[in-house]
Design a protein around this ligand. Structure first.
Ligand SMILES: C[S@@+](CC[C@H](N)C(=O)[O-])C[C@H]1O[C@@H](n2cnc3c(N)ncnc32)[C@H](O)[C@@H]1O
Length: 333
């Protein structure tokens, strides 16, 4: 049951609650270190955490294959760390870190621990990379129930429930792109020092292959549809071939939805809803286009009400509804 605000041992102004009613609690897990758990049922869209980075660095150039060079990362982190107050330094030093066997013996040893902490916990902050000590306690899943967005205006990372989360359930997000097969995901997770044991990663044999195929197909359909959906105009004249292409694209967008739902990849729903809306606008099915544009808008709003994506979906929804009304003859004399 959700915790109640207990009376404090000293009087607070206007008897305010002594702690914010956070929707999560950090607890030890079985085999994953600490983890973040829902204190009560969290409907999709519930904001779980909003956090400003405690430390950021401007990343050195990324090297394909080997990633960011660790010595440069460590040195940048050490510089920023030294500017922080002791309480923030303690928060950072308490974070979990993973180092590969032998890394500590290679010379830099413990002086590099900040680099390993950073490698294990950091997230992007727009153009930089930063540490968020509370968000850092969220464990990974390849079928996560929470998603995140970087809010540039507030300079905060926002984590929200992307699916319904039950009270007591562990909250998970993803450290890696998810539209790749299990073996590739496994490789990408190596730097964090664990093997994912989410439902998707535990599938074996035929079921495992089918899940991999679905993820690759989702990625292919996104690429196809996003390349195709660059322009839409209600008054466009189309020849037979173009019309057929448009019908196929609308069908593919519905397949995309069903694949995403099967894989429960809610992180990608907003992107898919836009693809469904725009492909249906191209075949002048304004009702479907309006409904899915509005769903996309609702998803984007829950991430960040003021983002360019939210504004775009609001505009598309308005436009498609106008076309829908026109197609029904509404507004004509
Ligand atoms: C960003 S931290 C997450 C919080 C961490 N569990 C802690 O105790 O602070 C990343 C580390 O958590 C652990 N971890 C995260 N997701 C995991 C998972 N799905 N299975 C096992 N360990 C996981 C790994 O040790 C990883 O290096």
């Amino acid at each position: 049951s959700p915790p109640t605000c207990k009376p404090t041992s000293f009087p607070l102004p206007q008897h305010t609650c002594s702690y914010p009613p956070e929707p999560y609690i950090v607890l030890p897990t079985a085999g994953k270190g600490l983890g973040v758990f829902a204190r009560h049922d969290l409907p999709p869209g519930t904001i779980i955490l909003r956090e400003t980075p405690i430390l950021t660095i401007h990343p050195p150039p990324f090297k394909k294959g080997t990633g960011y060079p660790m010595p440069a990362i460590s040195s940048a982190v050490r510089t920023e760390f030294s500017k922080l107050p002791p309480s923030s330094q303690t928060d950072i030093l308490h974070l979990h870190h993973h180092a590969f066997p032998g890394e500590f013996d290679k010379g830099d040893g413990w002086t590099d621990v900040l680099g390993y902490i950073f490698r294990t916990n950091a997230y992007n902050t727009g153009t930089d990379i930063g540490l968020f000590p509370r968000i850092a306690r969220i464990n990974h899943s390849c079928q996560p129930n929470a998603a995140y967005v970087w809010n540039e205006r507030e300079r905060k990372r926002v984590v929200y429930a992307s699916r319904a989360i039950r009270a007591g359930e562990e909250i998970s997000d993803s450290y890696i792109p998810l539209l790749i097969p299990r073996e590739e995901r496994k490789k990408r997770l190596e730097r964090y020092g664990f093997q994912c044991s989410c439902e998707a990663c535990l599938l074996r044999g035929k079921k495992g292959r089918e899940s991999d195929e679905r993820r690759v197909e989702i990625s292919t359909i996104f690429k196809e549809l996003e390349a195709y959906n660059t322009t839409i105009s209600s008054s466009q004249t189309v020849n037979k071939e173009e019309e057929k292409k448009a019908i196929d694209a609308a069908k593919r967008s519905l397949r995309l939805l069903s694949l995403l739902e099967k894989e429960q990849l809610a992180d990608y729903y907003a992107r898919a809803y836009k693809a469904v809306a725009v492909t249906h606008a191209r075949v002048r099915d304004w009702e479907t286009a309006s409904v899915w544009a509005n769903k996309g808008f609702e998803r984007r709003v829950m991430e960040d009400a003021g983002s360019a994506w939210t504004v775009e979906m609001a505009e598309l929804t308005g436009r498609f509804i106008e076309e829908w009304k026109r197609s029904m003859g509404a507004g004509t004399v």
